[in-house]
Design a protein around this ligand. Sequence first.
Ligand SMILES: Cc1ncc(COP(=O)(O)O)c(C=O)c1O
Length: 417
Amino acid sequence: MSSTSSNNNSAPQHEPMSQFRVKHGELVAAGYTMTEISQLLGRPAFYVYDRQVIEQQVASFRQHIPGRIKLHYAVKANPYWPVVQHLKPLVDGFDVASQKEMLLALQSGMPVADISFAGPGKGDAELLSAIIAGVTLNVESVGELQRICALGAHSRNTPQVALRVNPAFELKASGMKMAGGAKPFGIDEEQVLELLTAIAEMPVKLRGFHIFCGSQNLKAEALIEAHQQTFALAAKLVAACPYRPEMINLGGGFGIPYFAGERRLDLTPVGQSLQSLLQQYDSELADIELVIELGRYLVAEAGLYACQVVDKKQSRGTTYLVCNGGLHHHLANSGNFGQVIRKNYPVAIANRMAQPELELVTIVGPLCTPLDILADRMTLPKAEVGDWVVVYQSGAYGPTASPQDFLGHPNVAEILV
Ligand SMILES: Cc1ncc(COP(=O)(O)O)c(C=O)c1O
């Protein structure tokens, strides 16, 4: 059982973390205990990703979202090579955020037509590399489009582009809003409409549009509203386009529950609404490939971060468990990756899952900073030195989103099981 964040039973609870099983009182991933995984790796702190849970998340998307809509994986969420390779046959494309991720996507064998490259501030070397490969560049500004045209003139290949549109609307209730108002991402909707007349004369192939509004959304109604606005905008763009686009990326934003009180996203109404939007815009969007791009929804639930208790101490009424891992391995769990007020992820003592004796503890890492918190005042099975602390919901934005070299402690290991 994962813990609650408080002693009080009426306090909000974390969603049950039943994606990982408990065997003889120990949490296991693909049948392995944390001790066994540590021995397998020869490392004391690690991320373990369960391939079956990744498959279940893809299956949940396929079950609820109409088959007409393709699924792309946003590699940034977890670029660990075995995870990328595992996802390759399960999804319809990859979205990348850098040249390094692009090379991973290409080497996975994903067809180049199904790889897109988004992100502001792409350098000339990155743009040229994508042009040579034939990867679709999601264009983030007019200046970037001009540089792509100039670079394309020196290449054998016509640059493949999609205009990333910053719509006038936003995705409400999102962990991260990436559209609406002034944004560094994409070209404002009004400017895109003007650009469409000029683009027919430019030495690029306009493949379509990318409309990405935000991420980490658990509210079906907010996603439905954004989809309604996205379809309406897509139809407007198609009508204004000098030729028929091949594809439209409808964005993503499907969230997963991290904190007490958050509930898993119900994809049933989201899928039903998409089905009716497909019918409503049937003729406007006929023959155009439609894509949803997801990162954390596919991988976050599949990951556990595990480290070991190296010290247990009391300080003026607080019991501390001090671990060999923390913020430098898992910045997001420490609350320093986009959270305004730090909240606890679901945490467990992996080798004491059935132990009835509980204790209120604060779990910290080895860094000499008060920011290095793994769990703040959580009631957990009473733990001792050598026990395994695990953090659930850790399969996305883990090692690559953490300052691993800060203070020079050992880096974290990873494994897909
Ligand atoms: C363009 C784009 N696509 C996909 C994602 C992935 O978001 P998530 O992991 O929340 O699905 C992001 C996140 O920032 C993004 O900016």
